[in-house]
Ligand binder design. Structure first.
Ligand code: NAP
Length: 254
C-alpha cells in the first residue's frame, strides 16, 4: 500500500485525486491538507491546516494540487520530510525546478512535477517537438477556465521548452512587426509566441499551430474533464516511490 497525503483536497483537481486514490486498492489516503477548512476529518481521514503538523507523519507520497504561491514551499517540505512529491500545481520557475531537483538528489527522494497529467497532452508535446524539426514557424495557443492563476500554462511552457530543443531558432513574425496594442502578439519564448485564453466553461486545452509555405499543421489536445488527469496522477504516485530523484514531466515515468 502506498500511503498518500493530498494537499489542496477541496479544489477541483484535489477532489478528483481524492476519489481516484480512494478507488485504488493499492493506494491509501492517509491525510488531507487545506489551510482554511475547519473540518478535522473527512471520511475518517485526518485533515491538517498546517503542513508542519505532518512532520514525522507516516506517509509515502505528497500529492499537491494547490496554488502557485505555495507549491514550491510545499514541494520543498515534502522532499525534506521524505514524502515523494507528485505535483500537479503549475507556475514553477525554471530555477525553482532546478533547486527542487537538487534537493531531491541530496535527500534521495523520488518526485514528479507534471505540468500536465493527461496522456493526450504528453503525446501532443511529443508530436509538437517532432513537427518543430520540420516547421520552425510555430505559435502555441493555450485555453483554460477563467479561475486559472498562472499564465501561460505550465503545459505551454513545457511544450515550448521541448520545441526549443529541436527547432532551429527563428524569431516569429515580420522583422519589423509593431504591436499597436501591448500584448497583441502574446508572450515570447525563444522567438516563438504563446497566447493564453481564459474563458468560463473551458477546462484545459492547447493548440500548437505550425505554418510553412502553402501548408499548415495544427495539433490540438482537449481535457474536457479533470478525470483526464487522474490516470497520469495514479502512474506518478506509483512510480515516484521507486526512484530517487525528482523529474519534471510525466513523460520521464511512462
Ligand atoms: P482550485 O480548484 O483552485 O484548487 C486549489 C486548492 O488549493 C483550493 O482548494 C485551495 O483552498 C487550496 N489551497 C490553497 N492554499 C493551500 C495550501 N497552502 N495548502 C493546501 N491547499 C491549499 O484549483 P485546481 O483547478 O484544482 O488546480 C490546482 C492546480 O493544479 C493549479 O495550479 C492548476 O494549474 C493545476 N492543474 C494541473 C493539472 C496537471 O495536469 N498538472 C491539470 C489541471 C490543473 P482555498 O480555496 O480554500 O484557498
Amino acid at each position: 500500500m502506498i500511503k498518500v497525503i493530498i494537499a489542496g483536497f477541496k479544489g477541483r483537481m484535489g477532489s478528483a485525486a481524492v476519489k481516484m486514490v480512494q478507488e485504488d486498492e493499492s493506494l491509501e489516503l492517509v491525510a488531507l491538507v487545506d489551510p482554511k477548512t475547519s473540518e478535522t476529518a473527512v471520511d475518517g481521514i485526518p485533515v491538517f491546516n498546517d503542513k508542519l503538523s505532518l512532520v514525522g507523519f507516516d506517509a509515502d507520497v505528497w500529492a499537491d494540487f494547490t496554488i502557485p504561491a505555495v507549491a514550491f514551499e510545499n514541494t520543498k517540505f515534502a522532499l525534506e520530510n521524505h514524502f515523494c512529491p507528485v505535483v500537479g500545481t503549475t507556475g514553477f520557475t525554471e530555477s525553482q525546478i532546478s533547486e527542487l531537483i537538487s534537493l531531491s538528489q541530496v535527500n534521495k527522494v523520488g518526485g514528479l512535477i507534471a505540468p500536465n497529467f493527461a496522456i493526450g497532452a504528453i503525446l501532443l508535446m511529443e508530436f509538437a517537438q517532432k513537427a518543430a524539426q520540420y516547421f520552425p514557424d510555430v505559435e502555441i495557443i493555450e485555453l483554460h477556465h477563467d479561475n486559472k492563476q498562472d499564465a501561460p500554462s505550465g503545459t505551454a511552457i513545457k511544450t515550448a521548452e521541448l520545441i526549443k530543443e529541436k527547432r532551429s531558432f527563428k524569431k516569429q513574425g515580420a522583422a519589423d512587426e509593431v504591436e499597436t496594442m501591448a500584448g497583441a502578439r502574446g508572450a515570447e519564448f525563444d522567438g516563438m509566441r504563446i497566447h493564453s485564453v481564459r474563458l468560463p466553461g473551458l477546462v484545459a486545452h492547447q493548440e500548437v499551430i505550425f505554418g510553412a509555405k502553402g501548408e499548415g499543421l495544427t495539433i490540438r489536445h482537449d481535457s474536457y474533464d479533470r478525470v483526464s488527469f487522474m490516470g497520469g496522477v495514479n502512474v506518478g504516485i506509483k512510480k515516484v516511490v521507486e526512484i530517487d530523484t525528482l523529474v519534471y514531466g510525466l513523460d520521464h515515468l511512462l
